[in-house]
Write a protein of this length. Sequence first.
Length: 91
Amino acid sequence: MADASKLKRKTGLGPPPSIEEASRNLQEPELAWPPVERIDGRSLRRSGRTLQLATRVSPEFDARLRHIAQRDGLLLVEVLERALDAYESAR
């Protein structure tokens, strides 16, 4: 087993630097940064859809659906909504 008794243990932060060594940033004017509007990734995906729809599909259908959604930059539900719109307009 290792002997830890010879290790020096530093306690505290030590003495503060002298006034000459300290930073001059307290004498500098305070600058306010302009507010930055952050965009949360969840807000980009927010769609107003609240009802969950679960169904079982074949692996081929799933692959085709995901390929179309990725190719066109759509959500899966948007592809399905467009398909339903096209189906209804064709009737």
